[in-house]
Design a protein around this ligand. Structure first.
Ligand SMILES: [Zn+2]
Length: 383
């Protein structure tokens, strides 16, 4: 049987962020790294179960602004109008604002290190999150294509709401606040969608998202530990609570700051089905460019190995662990796979099962990452 698919199968069960099931998955990932002879540590941290309540709070805060304006509470309107916009932008770029206020539960990163065989001239972090997401109507196969559009529409609505509320409050004209009625309805509906997701959504088996990335991470780890790169030290980081807001990656970068100075990140997410891509830029609103150095090596590996069937693409949907790294000034490159319309197949939907994962995708992704690291090892020092 295919070993990579076997790993995906093994991990395909609901693994909600910061849950007991997530912890069980962490144990499995750690045991696999240990089998490859790798030193493994757990990095425990606290995380929320979901990003739903964080964004529901931001939207609710935004709705308070026009209501406050109606009652001529001008400072309240100003405060909530401004805070909601700033925190929406911050959270969309993996900066925690409202995320600090919601209840937290134990989660952990699984971290393995493969030291360079000779002198260390560079550090590469290979990351893949091992938790899985809850489904929600926004991810319905008929709706998911509109996710980015509705996200942009939401940003505009929040801004309009704030501007109307603040104008109304500052000029002492409560009547103006009524102009916000359409956006208030839209934002209230979005809050209902989050509530619906948390009460009626199912935590998916997460075979593609992201048992596939973990399987590739473990496969590459196995190969690298058998014959470590000469000058590249490799950190293998299986992150927890990514689906709750890239919490594991944020905690890792923070806690390991001193030992990973100058490191580059290769992040693996949703590799199991569709067309393999290395990501050139990410971000919902703000654009973060991937590591130019990793990109140039990725280009060479892709063109020298057409059988890997991998090419470049921009990714402009929800945040990834690589985005969290780029926001924190770590050069990063994400590897993913998309359907012909550029959508992640079975994304955050109950159909994300191991039967829908293509073993050939996993093998090609693993080969790509392995070749990329070998190439980096031959071209050190990194910038
Ligand atoms: Zn994912």
């Amino acid at each position: 049987v295919d070993k990579l698919l076997e790993t995906v199968k093994h991990l395909s069960f609901p693994r909600r962020s910061a849950s007991a099931e997530e912890a069980r998955a962490a144990e499995y990932v750690a045991s696999r790294m240990k089998q490859s002879g790798i030193d493994v540590t757990f990095q425990p941290f606290w995380a929320q179960h979901t990003f739903s309540w964080v964004f529901a709070c931001i939207y609710a805060a935004n709705l308070i602004a026009p209501i406050a304006a109606l009652y001529s509470a001008r400072y309240l309107a100003l405060f909530f109008g401004v805070v909601s916009i700033l925190s929406f932008y911050a959270e969309s770029n993996t900066h925690e604002v409202f995320a600090r206020l919601v209840p937290k539960f134990p989660s952990r990163n699984v971290i393995g290190v493969i030291p360079a065989a000779r002198e260390r001239l560079g550090t590469i972090i290979i990351s893949a999150h091992y938790d899985s997401s809850r489904s929600g109507l926004s991810f319905h196969p008929k709706m998911v294509k509109g996710l980015r559009t509705s996200y942009i529409l939401m940003s505009v609505s929040l801004a309009v709401n704030s501007v109307v509320a603040i104008t109304s409050a500052l000029f002492g004209r409560p009547g103006i606040a009524y102009l916000a009625a359409p956006t208030v309805i839209y934002i209230a509906f979005a809050i209902l969608l989050f509530v619906h997701r948390e009460f009626f959504g199912k935590v998916t088996p997460g075979a593609n998202d992201n048992a596939s990335g973990v399987a590739v991470l473990l496969d590459v780890a196995d190969r690298l530990s058998a014959e470590p790169p000469r000058h590249v030290e490799v950190y293998l980081v299986a992150t927890g609570a990514e689906e709750a807001g890239t919490v594991g990656m944020i905690r890792f970068l923070d806690a390991y700051k001193a030992s990973i100075k100058g490191a580059q990140v290769i992040n693996l997410d949703n590799l199991g089905t569709g067309n393999l891509k290395y990501i050139t830029a990410e971000g919902m609103l703000h654009t973060y460019r991937s590591s130019p150095e990793l990109l140039s090596h990725a280009e060479v590996v892709a063109s020298e190995n057409p059988d890997l069937k991998i090419g470049p693409m921009e990714y402009r949907a929800l945040t990834t662990d690589s985005l969290a790294a780029m926001v924190r000034s770590y050069p990063a490159l994400c590897v993913m796979a998309f359907d012909d319309e550029g959508i992640l197949p079975n994304w955050h939907w109950p159909t994300d099962t191991w039967e829908n994962v293509d073993p050939s995708n996993l093998a090609r992704a693993s080969e790509f990452v392995y070749k990329l690291i070998s190439r980096l090892d031959a071209h050190l020092p990194l910038r």
